[in-house]
Write a protein that binds this ligand. Structure first.
Ligand SMILES: Nc1ncnc2c1ncn2[C@@H]1O[C@H](COP(=O)(O)OP(=O)(O)OP(=O)(O)O)[C@@H](O)[C@H]1O
Ligand SMILES: [Mg+2]
Length: 509
């Protein structure tokens, strides 16, 4: 058995942390290799090194049994390595086709030969069972489609090794299944794949071998056939992880959020929301299940004040907020963990501490007469980082230095700490490791038990089922069913999510 990739004794220091400490990973030619481990373990770093984006301090890289150096992503591509990043890198205003051929466009005279390129790409899509509209603009396609564009882009460059950094974090269950199939197809065509994920079921389903990292070192590796989910959780966090969330008995009181006949035409190309009636009571977690793109995002953004409503009413703690701005709604007790943390959740170039006080930076004790009190900010930030398991050597570092999952924890910590009357949590554990999921779920339960309301939106049915007192299912901009905890299982919910079934009565009290 020969190796496609050997990373031998790779070390990478960043200020205050050793992101990779003499990491050795060997990946066989033609296998799907799972790379797993806690947030901040060093998974993205080691793969960014392989892709030539980050320069290691020490260590040797061998590709197909020959020692090599990889000086840039361009160099990596030339050596047959492609990577789909945790955060996509596409040009939103260009077409899918242009994004795929960027830098590699075939020419006819001086002009780009779009027809030739499109023929070549269609052949690739047929071969691997991928499909996408090449003429669509990237800004108009779904997240799952964007990811397919990234994969096709790599295949168009004829890579033999494909690195996928948390590709399923943003996908719906159906899209995830499709991606796992694509991975198997790629493997059958001789491609070697590195698959980074926090979802252990997926890693068990698709990989041949697995490497586990923790705090910058490799803590275990082996054949997937010899692993199981509890064993892997143990290897990742060093203890057993509970999936059941302890909560007080369900005892809801008055309505904290009340939506009446809400109509939202929403962003162009998205599903409008029609005559939505929904409420959340104090002491209640209402989970919205649904395939992404059925109006959940617009609903949440409209409640948070990020997009306008057409008609209807939004009442928070008894008062109408439909016309208030974002800050106004926050001051009245609304908290919001947005689904797209990089777009609306954080300021990447600001410090971790500044991001943690983003909602109330203009108030004492953090700011007086327009001047920041850095000592207070730092004290507050260090305390939050400790409690919410944000792994960083220093809270004054830029947020962009954090690993993906740790950024997500910052957003959650900030919103939780503001002690909102209603917390809208959209994909609150996206990209977060299993230990931190347990913690965040515990925090959501704690808010509920203290008499706050929670509106949870998640693409993870497991998450919806574990947390929700009441589950409502959205399909094509409407509520098509609702269940109390324990009334329906994931299969039944799945049927409503896909529009195969619909309950008669959707009014609620
Ligand atoms: N550009 C950078 N500057 C400073 N520190 C960094 C930088 N990139 C990564 N780090 C640090 O290196 C460590 C490893 O980060 P890395 O992104 O590799 O983690 P990860 O295993 O991919 O985590 P996640 O599951 O959250 O994506 C973290 O402590 C992170 O804060
Ligand atoms: Mg990462």
């Amino acid at each position: 058995m020969s190796f496609a990739i050997e990373l031998l004794g790779i070390t990478k220091h960043y200020p205050g942390v050793v992101a990779n400490d003499h990491v050795t990973i060997q990946i066989r030619d033609g296998e799907i290799h799972g790379l797993i481990g806690e947030n901040g373990a060093g998974k993205s770093t080691i793969m960014n090194i392989l892709y030539g984006m980050v320069k290691p301090d020490e260590g040797v890289i061998r590709l197909f049994e020959r020692e090599t150096e990889i000086s840039s992503p361009m160099d990596a591509i030339n050596q047959g390595i492609g990577m789909v990043h945790q955060h996509f890198m596409l040009m939103p205003d260009e077409t899918v086709l242009r994004n795929i051929i960027l830098g590699r466009a075939p020419k006819k005279g001086l002009a780009i030969d779009e027809n030739g390129a499109s023929r070549e790409i269609s052949e690739i899509m047929d071969k691997y069972g991928l499909s996408i509209d090449l003429k669509a603009k990237v800004s108009q396609i779904s997240v799952g489609e964007k990811q397919r564009v990234e994969i096709i882009k790599a295949l168009y460059r004829k890579v033999k090794i494909l690195i996928l950094d948390e590709p399923t974090a943003v996908l719906t269950p159906a899209e995830t299944d499709a991606l796992l199939d694509i991975m198997r197809k790629l493997k059958s065509q001789g491609c070697t794949i590195v698959f980074i994920t926090h979802k252990l079921k997926e890693v068990m389903a698709v990989t041949d071998r697995i490497t586990v990292m923790r705090k910058g070192i490799v803590t275990g590796a082996g054949d997937t056939a010899e692993m199981n989910v509890p064993k892997l959780s143990g290897m990742i966090v060093g203890r057993e992880v509970k999936t059941e969330v302890p909560m007080k008995e369900f005892d809801p009181s008055e309505k904290v959020l009340e939506l009446t006949n809400l109509n939202i035409s929403g962003r162009p190309g998205r599903m409008p929301v029609h005559y939505m009636n929904l409420s959340v009571r104090r002491g209640e977690i209402v989970g919205i299940a649904g395939v992404e793109g059925n109006g959940q995002s617009d609903l949440v953004e409209a409640i948070a004040g990020l997009i306008p409503i057409d008609s209807g009413s939004i009442r928070l703690c008894g008062g109408e907020i439909g016309k208030d701005g974002v800050r106004g709604r926050r001051q009245k007790g609304l908290g919001h963990v947005p689904e797209d943390r990089l777009k609306t959740g954080v300021a990447r170039e600001c410090s971790i501490g500044e991001n943690l006080i983003l909602n109330h930076y203009y108030t004492a004790p953090f700011s007086r007469h327009g001047i920041f009190n850095h000592k207070k900010i730092t004290e507050f930030a260090e305390e939050l980082c400790r409690r919410f398991l944000v792994k960083t050597p220093d809270s004054t570092y830029a947020l962009s230095t954090l690993s993906g999952g740790n950024m997500q924890k910052v957003v959650f910590a900030r919103e939780f700490e503001a002690s909102p009357e209603l917390l809208i949590a959209s994909q609150p554990t996206r990209g977060v490791d299993i230990g931190a999921i347990e913690y965040i779920h515990g925090k959501i339960a704690e808010l509920r038990d203290s008499g706050k309301g929670i509106l949870l939106v998640s693409a993870e049915l497991d998450e919806i089922l574990a947390l929700s007192d009441r589950i409502v299912i959205m399909y094509e901009g409407e509520i098509v069913a609702q269940f109390m905890r324990g009334e329906a299982d994931e299969y039944e919910i799945g049927e409503y999510m896909l529009g195969a079934k619909r309950q008669e009565v959707q009014s609620e009290g």
